[in-house]
Ligand binder design. Structure first.
Ligand SMILES: Cc1cc2nc3c(=O)[nH]c(=O)nc-3n(C[C@H](O)[C@H](O)[C@H](O)COP(=O)(O)O)c2cc1C
Length: 462
């Protein structure tokens, strides 16, 4: 035991809840240490040092008795390196005004489905296999004909440009560097032209069906012109889910004076976001629909527009119309039941995404991972099958692939990384996930994705 071993400093604030914790869905989980977060700061006999880039550095001035707890907090924030989605989530929480953080973080209803998405991944265990020669583990995957460095995609997230300055452009760049696809939401802040261009791997585009079909036609035409070859058509938002956190945080709903003051306070306590994103990140229009959508910073007007424009009359018959406009790959996003997966394939989909919109739509539906096997049985290899909801580690990706998925999408984690630590943070997170996959596969005794199969999984004992 060296001089630094011993007491872990208990830090208040974001990284400071060393004696409590949150589980992967963000729920409070008292009584849990989080070694990943507290590793950066250790103290013994009042002495203090930081562990940075694997090296221990002493900071003598920090030993001064006048140093108060706040000073320790500042130091902790400066020196602790985020590694996991949970770490980036805490950074994002520190940087974003409350109403924006809650908008990403929250789900619908009592957030049962949001919690189940992560919890059901945790219920699946990996099997450790040894002595298998895993010198060369390969995570490369085929995603709808595109070769990717791993079976992971960045899911469409609306208004990502409100969480980091020109957020979608940064995320698309990080995804390209990582060799995986990025999907731009219909309601993204950056327009397609800002993301695609000569010499750049085109992003994928996600579509919500609008009542104004001519707007849909022109959106698809712009997507094609900008080079997009893959369209994700989202089918689980016939009407928006009931997201109570957005009401509580003042994101939507009436704005009586106390609520308006509370929101002003939220902004006032995040000056960095106000300058970096609020002022320097403009324009904050919905890039590809700026001519149609009211100012999205007025969330009430934006929500009303969604409610008036998102088309709840859509049926499978409309897919034929979409197909006639879209010659590229077509993926149906938001299927949970095998009958719907069957209908998607019959309608000509090249891919199906098993998804409950990250627990933001119908609360109390099953988790995506628990529905994956049924959907795979229905599709029977006629289309690629992907999954999203609750993917928080490379091990989760391995679990989904072992069950038969062709790949997974990740929503909240990429936004947390971007909001918390910018493009570099997202790049680091993607590399961590790829390494986690590699390590998991090696320790499961497999070298390629097609060697992963359900026999390498087991259920957590009750
Ligand atoms: C803040 C937020 C905005 C989202 N916006 C969209 C969207 O515009 N279009 C869409 O198809 N899905 C959207 N989704 C759903 C994601 O694409 C994805 O299905 C979900 O986030 C996956 O769950 P995860 O966050 O647990 O990874 C959004 C999700 C979040 C958290």
């Amino acid at each position: 035991m060296g001089p630094l071993s011993g007491v872990m400093v208990s830090l208040p604030g974001d990284f400071g809840k060393g004696r409590s914790g949150r589980d992967r869905s963000g729920q409070d989980r008292p009584g849990q240490d989080r070694p990943g977060l507290t590793r950066g700061l250790r103290a013994s006999n009042g002495r203090l040092a930081t562990v940075c880039c694997g090296k221990t550095r002493y900071a003598p001035w920090l030993f001064h008795p006048m140093l108060n707890k706040q000073g320790i907090n500042v130091m902790a924030k400066m020196t602790i390196a985020p590694a996991t989605p949970a770490d980036y989530r805490r950074l994002a929480e520190k940087r974003l005004p409350r109403f924006l953080f809650d908008y990403i973080d929250g789900g619908s209803g009592t957030e049962q489905t949001l919690a189940a998405n992560c919890r059901d991944f945790d219920r699946i265990l990996l099997r450790q296999r040894v002595m298998r020669n895993v010198d060369n583990v390969e995570t490369a995957a085929d995603l709808l004909g595109r070769s990717a460095s791993m079976p992971l995609m960045l899911a469409p997230v609306g208004m990502a440009g409100m969480f980091a300055r020109r957020g979608e452009a940064l995320a698309a760049s990080a995804a390209r560097k990582a060799g995986i696809p990025f999907t731009l939401s219909t309601v993204g802040i950056c327009p397609l032209a800002e993301l695609n261009g000569p010499g750049k791997e085109p992003v994928w585009f996600q579509l919500y069906m609008l009542r104004d079909r001519s707007a849909v036609e022109s959106l698809l035409a712009s997507a094609r012109e900008s080079g997009c070859d893959t369209l994700l058509f989202t089918v689980d938002l016939a009407v928006p889910g009931m997201r109570h956190r957005d009401t509580r945080s003042g994101m939507v709903g009436a704005k009586p004076l106390p609520m308006a003051l509370a929101k002003a306070w939220q902004l006032g306590t995040r000056p960095r976001w106000v300058v970096d994103v609020g002022l320097r990140g403009k324009p904050h229009t919905i890039g590809n629909l700026s001519h149609l959508v009211p100012d999205p910073t007025d969330l009430n007007a934006y929500k009303q527009w969604i409610e008036s424009q998102f088309d709840p009359t859509v049926t499978w018959d409309d897919i034929a119309w979409l197909r006639s406009l879209w010659p590229g790959k077509l993926v149906i996003k938001g299927v949970l039941e095998p009958e719907d997966a069957e209908a998607a394939v019959a309608a000509g989909a090249d891919g199906v995404i098993v998804s409950n919109h990250g627990g933001r739509q119908l609360d109390s539906v099953a988790s995506s991972i628990s529905k994956l096997p049924e959907v795979l049985r229905a599709v029977q290899g006629r289309a690629q099958v992907f999954l999203d909801g609750g993917v928080r580690s490379g091990q989760d990706v391995v679990k989904a692939v072992a069950l038969g998925a062709d790949g997974v999408l990740m929503g909240r984690p990429w936004v947390w990384a971007l909001a918390g630590a910018g493009e570099a943070g997202l790049s680091d997170l993607l590399e961590t996930l790829r390494r986690e996959m590699q390590v998991a596969m090696a320790l499961m005794g497999v070298s390629r994705l097609d060697e992963l199969h359900p026999d390498l999984l087991e259920a957590r004992p009750a």
